[in-house]
Design a protein around this ligand. Structure first.
Ligand code: MN
Length: 231
């Protein structure tokens, strides 16, 4: 096809011995750990799941320097387990979500400009630009399901400069992976290549230029990101 200009390259994530995983879209769920809902001023018993997106181009590979977004002065990382789909569909029943849908798992950081998000919340406007900015989705290679198994529990942690900031267990998720996939598939048709960031535990806070972030989920490759200059 002869396009008006060169189309954007396909964003991929490495997947161990498997061929690279082409990223189609990035979905995220917010407010999926009760302790984090409370620290954000919410009530876990009343909180509905919140879904939002980041563009595939926001993926930042492991071991990168993430430029501090110049539009923000309150950048906050959120450690999240990432689910990679190799089968999609509409209205997928939760009890059908198994390795036929889940290609594998990764560790991601849902980087958030908390000041922009707070300002948007105050005016009731969309907070998309607080979440979907450039390099806002650092992510490791994918560990395929046939190595990792079905991850329903395991320690999830974020260290900043070696100090533990966030520490929980993925079994503390309010909506589990099958329910997330199922619920999301009632809102949009899912496709192979879709990634889902599954929410963050309590302990979110700001980072500064020069900070070293180490995000881990038991059994998966750790994610190492350094915060770089904002110029
Ligand atoms: Mn998040």
């Amino acid at each position: 096809m002869d396009y008006a200009f060169a189309p954007a390259p396909i964003v991929t994530l490495d997947a161990m011995s498997s061929r690279p995983f082409p990223v189609r879209r990035i979905f995220c769920i917010g407010m999926n750990y009760a302790a984090h809902v409370r620290e954000m001023g919410g009530d876990p018993s009343k909180q509905e799941p919140v879904f939002f997106m980041k563009p595939a181009s926001a993926i930042l590979p492991n071991n990168s320097i993430m430029p501090y977004p110049p539009q923000s002065s309150d950048l906050q990382p959120e450690v999240e387990m990432v689910v990679a789909l190799h089968k999609g569909g509409r209205n997928i029943p939760a009890d059908k979500v198994d390795q036929n849908y889940v290609f594998g798992y990764a560790v991601g950081l849902d980087m958030t400009c908390r000041d922009l998000q707070r300002a948007a919340r105050e005016t009731g406007g969309p907070w998309e630009m607080a979440k979907a900015f450039d390099h806002s989705a650092p992510c490791t290679a994918i560990t395929p399901e046939f190595y990792a198994g079905n991850i329903a529990r395991g320690k999830i942690e974020l260290k900043v400069n070696g100090e533990v900031r966030q520490s929980s267990d993925v079994s503390d998720m309010i909506m589990k992976v099958p329910e997330i996939v199922s619920h999301l598939s009632t809102l949009v048709e899912l496709f192979p290549g879709d990634l889902i960031f599954t929410g963050t535990p309590a302990g979110v806070g700001p980072v500064e230029i020069g900070d070293v972030l180490e995000a881990t989920v038991a059994g998966l490759e750790p994610l190492l990101i350094t915060i770089g200059s904002n110029t």
